[in-house]
Write a protein that binds this ligand. Structure first.
Ligand code: NAD
Length: 488
């Protein structure tokens, strides 16, 4: 049985009150680990350690030291990619293929930020000859990093790499449902020769996250998760006006025009919605199809859905695993029922699959609800499960209006062969990412984040590093002269 501990000030330790939490396999509900469950008191110790490390020698590290650190972490991730992928699938239920992809992306993220950090240098500004004016980027300080359960280590990497690369110290709090890969990652960091307190792991629930958001000793909090927690973090952060980054939920339209390559559009509509059983912030769960091809499109999806292989993520043939928790399972089934009650037509799924192997665990059939209208709750709220809701539209204007009529703005996709229309739609959709004739690609070089209620700030790309820095204007007068202005 895996047992995890907290990592504070360079020491592995149990929570002050010895709290633990059973970590459960989403595939069969067996207990797979006992994780340390911290309280606010543990979080305070970790924050104090990070504070001390930031105010100490860590400030003297060079960009070369820090770029090397990120590259070393990438090497260790490559070395342990198999173990990490196994733990990620065990804990989240996602297929091993998806977890392996995540680990490759995580190593790439550390390498990308290593390169970016190494290329950092301040700018010298135009100024009078007796003045040296420079614009400098400096670390923000102690960073509280709070991550969700759907992409535990990937989301952590998007925060840890730029935070450490920019010269900050960190306290990371993964979701208490899925702490295993972040714990293993911390073991990798512990192999490196970092000063105590630079990197701290505190596993626990909302109260630990709230402590990070409220603490006056934390200078920046970066959070990925739901809107409810995001709101409370934003309010808590006002105590010292700490920097905040919020990556929140989405309701992401996947818009198919009649002139699209339909084979590709059908295929990607399934990938958009069913990767990781739909538990993806950018999942294309809101399918919108042009009227003239709507019935045929639904028919083609209906043929494919029963053929999706649902199963344990460790089995090679599995295409879709379970959802992560009992709570999610119940919530998704409730949303499907609410949709049917509002008049949506259940084409496929909407229940636990039949068969003994699916009796335990949080299994759901891939689900398609057709004839959904933009006013329905299922078209507006994030479902976060393997459910496609399909709406019909009659014109480009109608599609655009309906797609933008959501409080969220994370990601959207458009399928068309008309380049002019593709460009118009890309410009007019109010989402942080707009794909055309594709779905889901992201990479470290491109920014990630949402408009509107999908968040504040961006991760990845140069801006993803800049978010972890303060900008300073350093002005040095080399030849000061008396001004003789006041009372001279
Ligand atoms: P969640 O909001 O329940 O929890 C996220 C993290 O915040 C967890 O570590 C949790 O313990 C902590 N937390 C909960 N309440 C808190 C509080 N009041 N103060 C401080 N911390 C608190 O989210 P979740 O259910 O783990 O994740 C699913 C959500 O995350 C979905 O809405 C999804 O769309 C979103 N998400 C967004 C992105 C993105 O890039 N925009 C990526 C992944 C997931």
């Amino acid at each position: 049985m895996i047992q995890t501990q907290l990592y504070i000030d360079g020491q592995w330790q149990s929570p002050i009150d010895n709290g633990t939490r059973a970590i459960v396999s989403p595939a069969d509900e067996s207990v797979i680990a006992q994780a340390a469950e911290a309280t606010r008191a543990d979080a305070r110790l970790a924050i104090a350690a990070a504070r001390k490390a930031f105010d100490g020698p860590w400030r003297q590290t060079t960009i070369r030291d820090r770029a090397k650190l990120l590259n070393n972490i990438a090497e260790l991730i490559d070395r342990d990619a198999g173990k990490l992928a196994h733990l990620e699938s065990l804990n989240t239920g996602k297929t091993l293929t998806e977890s392996r992809t995540d680990m490759g992306d995580i190593a790439a993220t550390f390498r990308y930020f290593a390169g970016l950090v190494a290329s950092e240098s301040g700018a010298v500004n135009e100024a009078p000859h007796h003045v040296i004016s420079r614009t400098l980027r400096e670390p923000v300080g102690v960073c509280g990093l709070i991550t969700p359960w759907n992409y535990p280590l990937l989301q952590a990497a998007w925060k840890i790499a730029p935070a450490l690369g920019a010269g900050n110290t960190v306290v990371i709090k993964p979701s208490n449902l899925t702490p295993l890969t972040t714990h293993h990652f911390t073991q990798l960091v512990a192999e490196l020769d970092l000063p105590p307190g630079v990197f701290n792991l505190v596993t626990g629930g909302a109260e630990v996250g709230a402590e990070l958001a409220e603490s006056l000793d934390v200078d920046l909090v970066s959070f990925t998760g739901g809107a409810y927690a995001g709101e409370s973090i934003m309010k808590a952060a006002t105590g010292n006006f700490k920097r905040i980054g919020l990556e929140l939920g989405g309701k992401n339209p996947n818009i198919v025009f009649a002139d699209a390559d339909l084979d590709a559009a059908v295929d990607y509509a399934l990938n958009a919605a069913f990767f990781h059983a739909g538990q993806v912030c950018s999942a294309g769960s809101r399918l919108m199809v042009e009227d003239s091809i709507y019935d045929a499109f639904i028919g083609r999806l209906a043929e494919r859905l029963p053929r999706i292989v649902i199963g344990n993520g460790f089995h090679g043939e599995t295409q879709m695993g379970p959802v992560q928790s009992a709570q999610q399972h119940e919530k998704i089934l409730g949303m499907v029922q609410a949709g049917i009650a509002e008049g949506a037509r259940l084409v496929h799924g909407g229940k636990r699959p039949a068969g003994d192997v699916y009796k335990k665990g949080y299994w759901l059939e891939p689900t398609l609800l057709a004839d959904v209208t933009a006013e329905m709750k299922i078209a507006k709220e994030e479902i976060f499960g393997p459910v496609i809701t399909a709406e019909r539209f009659r014109s480009e204007e109608e599609a655009l209006r309906a797609a933008n009529d959501t409080p969220y703005g994370l990601a959207a996709a458009v399928w068309t062969r008309d380049l002019d229309k593709a460009n118009r739609m890309s410009r007019a959709l109010r989402f942080g990412t707009v794909w055309v004739n594709d779905y889901h690609p992201y990479f470290p070089e491109a920014p990630w984040g949402g408009y509107k209620a999908s968040g504040i700030g961006r991760e990845l790309a140069r801006i993803g590093l800049d978010e972890y820095t303060e900008l300073k204007h350093s002005y040095i007068n080399l030849a000061p002269k008396a001004m003789g202005w006041f009372g001279a």
